[in-house]
Design a protein around this ligand. Structure first.
Ligand SMILES: C[S@@+](CC[C@H](N)C(=O)[O-])C[C@H]1O[C@@H](n2cnc3c(N)ncnc32)[C@H](O)[C@@H]1O
Length: 130
C-alpha cells in the first residue's frame, strides 16, 4: 500500500483489533492489572477496545491522538467512560493528566512508525521541541 504524506509524517499504521487483543491477553496472563490505562497515540482505538475487554481492573482509561477523525472513529467504537481527546503527544501536560490517575498505570499502544530523518526530509513539525 502506498504511503500518503500524512501516513508517513504521523507514522500511521492502525493496529488490527485481533493483534491488540492478543497483546492484552498476554499482558493479562502475565499478571498485569492496571487501574489506569493510557494510549497516548490511540488512533482508531484498537488497543483501547482490547484493553476495555481485557482489564476489568481499570477504572480510568484515556486515549489521545493528534488526528480528530481517528478520535471520532474511536468514540463510536468505545464506551463513553473512555476519555478521548484530540491532543499532540509533545504538548500534552502529562504531569497534570497523570496526577489524577489511580495507579498502577499501563501505557499501551503502537507508537508512530517514523524516524527523525524521515521527518526531517518531510520538513515535519511532528517532533519534540529541541
Ligand atoms: C502507528 S499509529 C498507531 C495507532 C494506534 N495506537 C493503534 O495501535 O492502532 C500512530 C498514531 O499516532 C498518531 N500520532 C502521530 N503523531 C502524533 C502526535 N504528535 N501526538 C499524538 N498522536 C500522534 C497518529 O495519528 C496515529 O494514529
Amino acid at each position: 500500500m502506498a504511503k500518503t504524506r500524512q501516513t508517513a509524517e504521523f507514522g500511521d499504521f492502525q493496529t488490527p483489533i485481533e493483534l491488540a487483543k492478543r497483546v492484552c491477553t498476554l499482558l493479562l496472563k502475565r499478571g498485569v492489572a492496571p487501574r489506569t490505562i493510557i494510549e497516548p497515540n490511540c488512533g482508531k482505538g484498537a488497543f483501547l477496545k482490547a484493553s476495555v475487554e481485557a482489564f476489568e481492573s481499570a477504572s480510568r482509561i484515556h486515549g489521545l491522538d493528534i488526528n480528530p477523525e481517528y478520535i471520532e472513529v474511536a468514540r463510536k467504537r468505545l464506551p463513553s467512560t473512555v476519555r478521548l481527546r484530540v491532543a499532540d503527544f509533545f504538548t500534552t501536560n502529562w504531569q497534570q493528566l497523570l496526577s489524577d490517575c489511580p495507579e498502577p498505570v499501563l501505557f499501551i499502544g503502537n507508537p508512530p512508525w517514523v524516524t527523525n530523518s524521515a521527518l526531517g526530509s518531510l520538513q515535519s513539525a511532528n517532533l519534540p521541541k529541541k
